[in-house]
Design a protein. Structure first.
Length: 401
């Protein structure tokens, strides 16, 4: 069975084609700048030549058509015909309270995702464009939606409610949802497997640290708290997002600077975080380069970023009354030796002890970076959200037959 995984953004579309007999990736690629002057399609067939095409791709429908043409291309393709695709899995950011797990795409699911656009105005419309375009170009092929929020739907009320008038939850479902759920679920399971222990017996803190970042407390395999909130803005300091701040700052600044709702949203989501403090970049590589060169702004940005991560790890150890395993994943978590080192350096009170040589190793496999004496096991586990989507799609489509 072959499963096409689609991650559709507002101007981009990422894809991976899986052969589920051995979970191998047959091809993957990315369409960027959809709707802009020159769109770019980058296609990588496994074991074959990477191709990049620059052409006009005005909307998602054309993007999907080009992707399907590339997958079936006589030179760069990996399948003979679209009919070989047995199912399509779509990543959807917000599943609200409606989706506690992945689901088959039907009229009901689609209208629910549309209803949730109110909660995720930037993300869910893009996912819907990907779904609609896929349906138009692959009629009759079963599709599944996989949500970033679903894993966190187990959180207890005390973790997901905000201490504001209840009417806001009752009327508008204002609450913590949490994001990166597929990644937190995947790496927590992979960590338990790697350690040869049952996840039911473990208190795990998973740190998904990429451009966006979130930390989750995983108790017995369930998310019991997570740092992102109703939107992906809450929690950690991120590349361009502020993370936590005193909510009173928002009306104060809006008033002083005469900012509109859109402007303040844009300030907190796009012009804050590492970028704002360093004045240099939102990319951790440039921040750590600046740190190594003694740049004071990069140093401060790095310290604030690492400090916030450490505070969340401490608070989730408190939430679970302990921690057995800490997992680092995503772009920064998997690659930045210095972020891991600095975060763990100040967690000795929890019994964390990092082995510097193990921490410095690079590999695409799950690995231990703590010493044999460390009370808490610290792991780096490469995340694989696409594989989770492919697996869920495969399982749900088979179950529905
Ligand atoms: P996204 O949230 O967009 O999925 P990723 O998980 O791909 O992001 O992470 C992207 C970030 O990872 C980059 O912005 C960069 O800061 C960071 N990163 C990638 N490689 C390294 C590295 N070698 N060292 C430090 N940071 C890195």
């Amino acid at each position: 069975m072959k499963v096409l995984v689609i991650n559709s953004g507002s101007s981009s579309l990422k894809y991976q084609l899986y052969d589920m007999t051995d979970e191998s990736v047959l091809a993957k690629g990315l369409v960027e700048r959809i709707g802009m002057e020159s769109s770019i399609l980058n296609h990588k067939p496994t074991g074959g030549q990477e191709v990049t095409e620059v052409k006009e791709i005005l909307e998602h429908n054309t993007a999907i058509r080009k992707v399907l043409a590339m997958l079936t291309d006589s030179e760069h393709g990996v399948i003979e015909s679209i009919d070989e695709i047995d199912a399509v899995g779509h990543r959807v950011v917000h599943g609200g309270e409606s989706f506690k797990a992945s689901a088959l795409v039907d009229d009901n699911a689609k209208s629910e995702i549309r209803r949730l656009i109110d909660l995720a105005p930037l993300h869910n419309p893009a996912a819907m464009m990907g779904i609609t375009a896929s349906e138009a170009n692959m009629p009759g092929i079963p599709m599944v939606v996989v949500f970033d929020t679903a894993f966190h739907q187990d959180m207890p009320k005390k973790a997901y409610l905000y201490a504001i008038p209840k009417v806001l939850y009752n009327k508008y479902k204002v609450r913590r949802y949490g994001f990166h759920g597929t990644s937190h679920e995947y790496v927590s399971k992979a960590a338990a497997e790697f350690l040869g222990q049952s996840i039911e017996d473990l208190k795990i803190i998973t740190c998904h640290i990429g451009n966006g970042g979130s930390i989750t407390a995983v108790l017995g395999g369930h998310s019991v708290d997570t740092s992102m909130g109703m939107t992906p803005l809450e929690g950690l300091m991120m590349g361009t997002r502020s993370g936590d701040l005193d909510p009173a700052i928002v009306p104060y600044v809006m008033n002083k600077e005469e900012l509109t709702v859109n402007e303040v949203n844009s300030m907190l989501n796009k012009h804050s975080g590492l970028l704002a403090i360093s004045g240099v970049s939102s990319d951790m590589r440039e921040i750590t380069d600046g740190l190594a060169e003694g740049d004071p702004n990069c140093t401060l940005a790095f310290e604030m970023y690492e400090y916030r991560m450490r505070k969340y790890i401490g608070s989730y150890a408190a939430a679970m009354n302990g921690v057995d395993v800490i997992v680092f994943t995503a772009g920064v978590g998997e690659n930045s030796v210095v972020v891991r080192e600095k975060v763990c350096e100040n967690l000795t009170y929890l019994g964390v002890e990092i082995d510097d040589a193990l921490n410095a190793i690079r590999s695409g496999e799950p690995r231990l970076i703590s010493t044999a004496n460390s009370k808490v096991k610290v792991l780096v586990v490469p995340t694989n959200e696409e594989l989770v989507i492919a697996r869920d799609t495969y399982r749900i489509v088979n179950e529905s037959k």
